[in-house]
Design a protein around this ligand. Structure first.
Ligand SMILES: Cc1cc2nc3c(=O)[nH]c(=O)nc-3n(C[C@H](O)[C@H](O)[C@H](O)COP(=O)(O)O)c2cc1C
Length: 232
């Protein structure tokens, strides 16, 4: 009787674990969509050698409509399960999926325009003026994280100026920063050194992940291999 019970229980466990195999594709989580100031404490944070990780990213998809995109809109987006994600946003979700890290989206208080030409001109003006666009929210509970994956698109061979706003208003001393970006041909440019200069007391990993907007939709295996190399 006891043996029978053990067998039934084992079968239940096997069926339950198989049901979990149909992992849904990465999607924006509610914590990310709502401009929350704190990543959710209840989410299982990535732990490598007992260290908690957070994915922080900025991304600027130039449309939310998956249909009839023009070239520029298609260039800045990846459609996943009918949902439009920015290129960097997509990589951020892949990292989250692979590591179980918490996630935080950097957003400007005043949203950027989605029209490509207007956005490009505005970004150039911000760079020329050394602007520090105001953040919609800041991270309150940064102290609990040891590792920060930091993602951004390449804008004018640099980080978007809002990354400067973020890095100058958050103290990442003692943490490991792991940069990643998406681009249209310039790769990471000099951004890794810039991050290290802005956060002199953080350990900034040199081999950040970078992927072209032309291949970003096929980068899932590369992201998996990269985070595996990092020990996740
Ligand atoms: C304002 C702006 C400036 C850009 N400047 C560059 C650049 O200098 N070099 C480059 O390789 N790509 C550049 N790009 C292309 C973006 O880096 C690329 O499309 C990126 O994947 C967009 O990511 P996102 O969808 O996460 O915002 C620029 C895009 C924009 C909107």
């Amino acid at each position: 009787m006891k043996k029978m019970l053990t067998l039934v229980l084992s079968l239940i466990i096997i069926v339950a674990s198989l049901a979990g195999c149909g992992t849904p594709q990465p999607k924006p989580s509610s914590s990310d969509q709502s401009k929350t100031t704190s990543p959710p404490a209840e989410a299982p944070a990535a732990s490598k050698d007992g260290k908690k990780a957070l994915v922080v990213y900025f991304s600027m998809p130039e449309t939310t409509n998956p249909n009839n995109m023009n070239q520029e809109e298609a260039n800045s987006t990846v459609v996943v399960g009918g949902e439009v994600l920015g290129n960097t946003q997509y990589v951020a979700y892949l990292i989250q999926k692979n590591t179980g890290a918490d996630i935080f989206r950097i957003e400007p208080k005043t949203p950027y325009p989605t029209n490509h030409r207007t956005l490009v001109d505005m970004a150039k003006a911000e760079q020329n003026n050394k602007a520090r666009p105001e953040l919609a929210s800041t991270i309150q509970n940064l102290g609990q994280y040891d590792v920060v994956f930091l993602g951004y698109p390449n804008w004018w061979a640099d980080m978007p100026m809002i990354l400067y706003s973020f890095l100058e208003s958050h103290d990442l001393s003692g943490k490991t920063i792991i940069p990643f970006n998406t681009h249209g041909g310039s790769g990471l440019s000099g951004t890794v050194s810039t991050i290290a200069a802005l956060q002199p007391n953080a350990n900034v990993i040199k081999n950040g992940f970078t992927v072209s907007r032309n291949t970003v939709q096929n980068c899932a295996d590369d992201v998996t291999a990269w985070v595996k190399d990092l020990g996740y």
